[in-house]
Design a protein around this ligand. Structure first.
Ligand code: P6P
Length: 336
């Protein structure tokens, strides 16, 4: 069990050997994400002062264009990742297409691609509810020395070499995995250092929390309706508790600590589901599976889905293994 209160920097150096291929780039990549997260955290925490500092589109007190926070976050992560000369390409939920990074002397010889949702749940900022950044890292699959292509981004989730999220909540945390378990680091804002606060995070096998936007109930598939009614029935440890923040990172982070299931099914409005496979579901699935949980589209493992487009959406069932499996039995039963 890693020793608590170690800094993120010390942890990365001590676990350098665990990264199968890395000669340090993956560590530097995680470090660059750590830096960008501090920059975004500073801006997110100022959001409450928007009346003083000006809303997006205004000119702020420094005479600069006040940016929407998701635009700011997107630019902060892209700039930091580009400057560190470690990745050959970036795909962002905020960008229509991927960004090619040619690297030193335009050699196109950087090893990794990063996919990022720079500020997930940003609509919650105006009401002071926690939001998050989600990142996913793959090794490129096309030949080094050539510009990155769409194939480098359309990899199934089980090819990820690292994934993580930053949660800008009552405290700011980085939670990530490189395939050797999940560890959580809490930022001490006074000194700008992250400390290992949640070593070796484990998703409880089961739980009593279900997280779904029941406002969409009438549009849910029958299997989801049946599962929700089962959660609400008076039997044994049920009824379960309904908890839904409307911020994916926060809902899953809470459920990973307490036990629970998060469901965003397909609905009439979102016939393929609302969440993006590449920027939200695959990274969260990697983290959740590494912590002993489960993530599917109601029928098949999320990380086995072969992506066809950058922004494709999937239904998402994610959390405590036994709860996801129970929901899948209702989905299967409703099929027949
Ligand atoms: P709804 C935020 O927009 C998000 O992508 C997730 O963070 C969140 O879980 C979900 O959408 C909320 O969607 O339709 O319930 O408001």
């Amino acid at each position: 069990m890693p020793q608590k209160n170690k800094t993120l920097g010390e942890f990365i150096i001590e676990n350098q050997g665990e990264f199968k291929y890395s000669s340090g780039e993956l560590s530097r990549l995680i470090n660059s994400i750590r830096l960008a997260a501090k920059v975004v955290n500073h801006e997110v925490n100022k959001a409450g002062l928007v009346d003083i500092l000006g809303a997006a589109g205004d000119i702020n007190v420094q005479g600069e264009d006040q940016q929407k926070l998701d635009v700011f976050a997107n630019e902060a992560f892209i700039k930091t990742l580009t400057n560190r000369e470690i990745v050959c390409g970036i795909a962002s939920e905020e960008e229509d297409d991927f960004i090619t990074i040619k690297g030193r002397n335009e050699k196109n010889d950087n090893k990794y691609v990063v996919l990022i949702d720079p500020l997930d749940g940003s609509s919650n900022i105006d009401v002071n509810v926690s939001v998050g950044t989600i990142f996913s890292i793959y090794r490129r699959v096309t030949p080094s020395g050539t510009p990155v292509t769409i194939q480098d981004f359309l990899q199934p989730g089980h090819q990820q070499v690292a994934a993580g999220y930053i949660i800008y909540g009552t405290s700011t945390m980085i939670v990530y995995t490189t395939g050797h378990g999940v560890n959580g680091f809490t930022l001490n804002p006074a000194i700008g250092t992250y400390y290992l606060s949640h070593p070796n995070m484990k998703f409880p096998e089961t739980g009593k929390i279900y997280s779904v936007n029941e406002g969409n109930y009438v549009h849910f598939p029958q299997g989801v309706k049946d599962y929700i009614k089962w959660c609400q029935a008076e039997e044994g440890e049920r009824p379960y508790t309904s908890r839904y923040i409307g911020s994916l990172v926060s809902d899953i982070h809470r459920n990973m600590i307490k036990g629970g299931i998060y469901i965003y099914p397909n609905t009439a409005k979102d016939p393929d589901g609302k969440l993006r496979l590449l920027y939200e579901c695959n990274p969260m699935a990697y983290i959740v599976e590494q912590a002993g949980g489960k993530a599917s589209n109601g029928f098949e493992r999320i990380m086995d889905i072969q992506p066809a487009t950058l922004h494709e959406r999937v239904p998402f069932f994610c959390g405590s293994k036994q709860m996801v499996e129970k929901a899948e039995t209702f989905m299967e039963a409703a099929k027949s």
